[in-house]
Design a protein around this ligand. Structure first.
Ligand SMILES: C[S@@+](CC[C@H](N)C(=O)[O-])C[C@H]1O[C@@H](n2cnc3c(N)ncnc32)[C@H](O)[C@@H]1O
Length: 347
């Protein structure tokens, strides 16, 4: 270390490396700061201009002393700034976050994984045997909860975060080349609605669990799409898939499930597609260059805590598609592979 800090050419590099490492070590505190800033609605509060410490304290329900501590912490992450003495406004990192509903939903949701991994070693030693907050939240995951969570909670989280995934793919794949698309595990229809907008001729169906259907009906009605999009209740594990769809999409579905379920689902889809049919897989994947921690770090531990599924690499999926009988597959490049990658496979 002393050699590096005394050599001008490598000094800057060594400093950046050290700072990145300390940021990782302390990251759990930073995510809590972001979480509180989001939970208190501070970003929205500051979005109309400069506010005093008293106003921020009143908005957040904190003492002046505590609000001052929170603001200084948030300033260190550039979430807020103090352009004039005693006045606070949005910072360069806070401004885009204030209008990013998907990122804010993830910041709120962090609380659940945060609690589940408080003792990560214990969670690993448990080997996915005991119920967790996440396996209760995702009621289809482990299916051994005494009182599983209502599907409408996870459907709301999915609807809030789906737009940032959909925008990665709706203009990158030619949905208009198909006549009927079935979105398996389509939830309340956020992805189906985004595709409906870019491919007005496409007939669209959503296949999801019966308990999700009230959320689906509500959202489709709110968007005026209840005539355009057909909802099919069912389980892809136990039921047959609706036929006649020449494009099937799996958006953030496969990583939630263990290999036997994924292998069976891919084979079922392959059998149900017509001769010119295609499958489009859309999800964040492991071993994505530049986003490795998001794959095996974030999703690896998230899905471990959820007690179902694992992140897979593009290469693994292509091999699984081949094993399921798909004739060929290729990657569709997205602009933010960290958010999602995509693979299309021909029957
Ligand atoms: C992680 S969410 C993704 C939702 C949506 N595709 C998105 O990306 O916003 C997984 C979805 O798969 C559905 N799902 C889970 N198990 C299923 C099953 N056995 N049959 C049908 N759908 C299922 C869930 O109800 C949920 O809507």
């Amino acid at each position: 270390m002393s050699w590096a800090s005394n050599t001008p050419l490598v000094r800057g590099f060594a400093r950046r490396k050290a700072a990145a490492q300390f940021n990782l070590i302390n990251g759990f505190i930073y995510s809590q700061i972001i979480g509180v800033v989001v939970e208190t609605g501070l970003l929205e509060f500051l979005s109309d201009g400069i506010h005093s410490l008293e106003e921020v304290a009143g908005h957040c329900g904190l003492s002046h002393h505590a609000a001052d501590r929170l603001l200084r912490a948030a300033r260190s992450l550039e979430l807020v700034e103090s352009p004039v003495a005693g006045g606070w406004s949005l910072g360069v990192a806070g401004a885009p976050l204030s209008s990013n509903e998907g990122a804010k939903a993830m910041a709120r949701h962090r609380d659940m994984i945060y609690r589940d991994i408080t003792d990560l070693l214990d969670l690993l030693r448990d080997d996915r045997r005991s119920p967790t907050r996440l396996s209760n939240f995702w009621s289809y995951a482990a299916q051994d909860e005494a009182e599983p969570n209502s599907a409408s909670d996870y459907s709301a989280l999915m609807a809030a975060t789906q737009p940032m995934v959909a925008e990665q793919i709706v203009h990158r794949y030619g949905f208009g080349r198909h006549s009927k698309m079935l979105d398996i595990g389509g939830g309340s229809g956020a992805f189906a609605a985004a595709v409906a907008e870019v491919a007005p001729q496409l007939d669209i169906g959503i296949f999801d669990l019966p308990e999700v259907m009230p959320s689906t009906a509500e959202r489709l009605a709110a968007l005026g799409l209840e005539e355009r999009i057909t909802a099919h209740p069912g389980s892809f594990i136990t039921d047959a898939l609706p036929s006649g769809y020449d494009l099937i999409t799996l958006n953030r579905i496969l990583h939630d499930h263990d290999d036997p379920i994924v292998t069976a689902l891919l084979a079922k889809i392959q059998a149900s597609l017509p001769a010119n049919g295609r499958l489009l897989i859309i999800e964040p994947m492991a071993e994505t260059r530049g986003a490795e921690p998001m794959g095996d770090g974030y999703f690896g531990l998230y899905l471990w805590a959820m007690r179902s599924g694992r992140p897979r690499s593009l290469k693994e999926y292509r091999q699984m598609l081949k094993n399921a009988g798909f004739s060929r597959s290729k990657e569709i490049k997205t602009s933010q592979p960290l958010i999602t990658k995509a693979i299309v496979a021909d029957k």
